[in-house]
Design a binder for this molecule. Structure first.
Ligand SMILES: NC(=O)c1ccc[n+]([C@@H]2O[C@H](COP(=O)([O-])OP(=O)(O)OC[C@H]3O[C@@H](n4cnc5c(N)ncnc54)[C@H](OP(=O)(O)O)[C@@H]3O)[C@@H](O)[C@H]2O)c1
Length: 283
């Protein structure tokens, strides 16, 4: 059984690849990357695959039994066709199963919604592909917050527009565990899973970080407009608007969803506190 992972050099792709390798062996995992050189460290066969190229995926998916399609990073209107290239190439190569990393979030009413909608369109395309399929809707991962700790500590606060909204954070490592099971076990056929952990507020997040990192962060809620302006100044129009939309979604409850993690993984999701402790040890 050969399983291929797209965008394998990315942080999510690598986290999944490493767990899959330890479950089924190096010789059975094929990495696909836009820039193959960036994935050499994984020590597996790497093939070239840019989502813009159907031709590259027609080659990359030769002899593959199952493929994990990791959602792209481009503007939402571009992603749909990019993902269709992978689905088409999977069909052309008689790949049996496709697993897709989708996203939890509001389909309308915030600046992140176009991204969520494009993910929903790919979900439909996958369901209509005629291949066996499994879809994970990923929660927000906690790692970017933990990588940002120095800035939080300097400012003494976590500041965003999520207010009292609860967010079911997960981590790339937890997602890696779930997708490894979803790729290798038949029982997940034709299921859509919310891959999320414990629902916490930003105040709880600050408290957990304080407990593990010995910081004194407080949570400071700001308005949606103020946060959007701040993020655009820091990250530019495209990413700044998306990030503000994500926190607006958390504020409105879009990330407070029930979890299917245990069904997908045959074990409970780790607590947010445990994930933060594990991250500190690993970094
Ligand atoms: N749930 C969450 O909290 C969350 C957060 C961020 C992102 N996401 C989503 O999850 C995905 C994986 O996230 P990540 O943490 O692994 O991000 P990451 O570390 O930035 O990796 C992104 C990956 O996408 C690849 N990529 C971009 N454009 C591509 C293209 N045209 N063709 C093929 N590969 C392409 C990149 O390849 P190069 O190295 O060649 O650029 C890289 O491997 C993202 O793409 C995004 O859709 C989710």
């Amino acid at each position: 059984m050969k399983i291929a992972i797209t965008s394998v050099n990315g942080q999510l792709g690598s986290a999944i690849a490493m767990q899959l390798i330890s479950k089924i062996g190096k010789e059975n995992v094929i990495g696909i990357a836009r820039t193959p050189k960036k994935a050499e460290h994984l020590g597996i066969e790497i093939r070239k695959g840019d989502y813009n190229s159907l031709q590259q995926f027609n080659e990359a998916l030769k002899g593959v039994d199952a493929v994990l399609l990791i959602s792209g990073m481009d503007a939402p209107e571009k992603r749909i066709q990019q993902h269709r290239n992978v689905i088409e190439a999977a069909k052309n190569n008689s790949v049996k199963k496709i697993v897709y990393t989708s996203i939890v979030g509001a389909e309308e009413n915030n600046a992140f919604s176009p991204v969520v909608q494009s993910n929903r369109q790919t979900e439909k395309d996958i369901q209509n592909s005629g291949l066996d399929w499994v879809i994970g809707r990923n929660g927000i991962y906690i790692e970017p917050d933990l990588e940002y700790i120095e800035t939080y500590a300097k400012e003494g606060e976590i500041r965003n527009c999520a207010g009292d909204g609860k967010c079911t954070y997960t981590s790339r490592t937890e997602l890696g565990f779930a997708y490894t099971n979803m790729l290798t076990e038949a029982k997940h056929s034709q299921k859509i899973y919310n891959l999320v952990g414990e629902a916490i507020t930003q105040t709880q997040l600050a408290n957990y970080i304080n407990e593990v990192y010995n910081t004194n962060l407080v949570y400071k809620p700001v308005s949606i407009d103020a946060y959007k302006t701040e993020r655009i100044a820091e990250l530019g129009d495209f990413m700044g608007t998306i990030i503000a939309g994500i926190y607006q979604g958390i504020r409105s409850g879009a990330n407070h969803v029930t979890s299917d993690f245990e069904t997908a993984s045959s074990r409970a999701h780790k607590s947010a506190l445990q994930i933060i402790k594990d991250f500190k040890i690993a970094n």
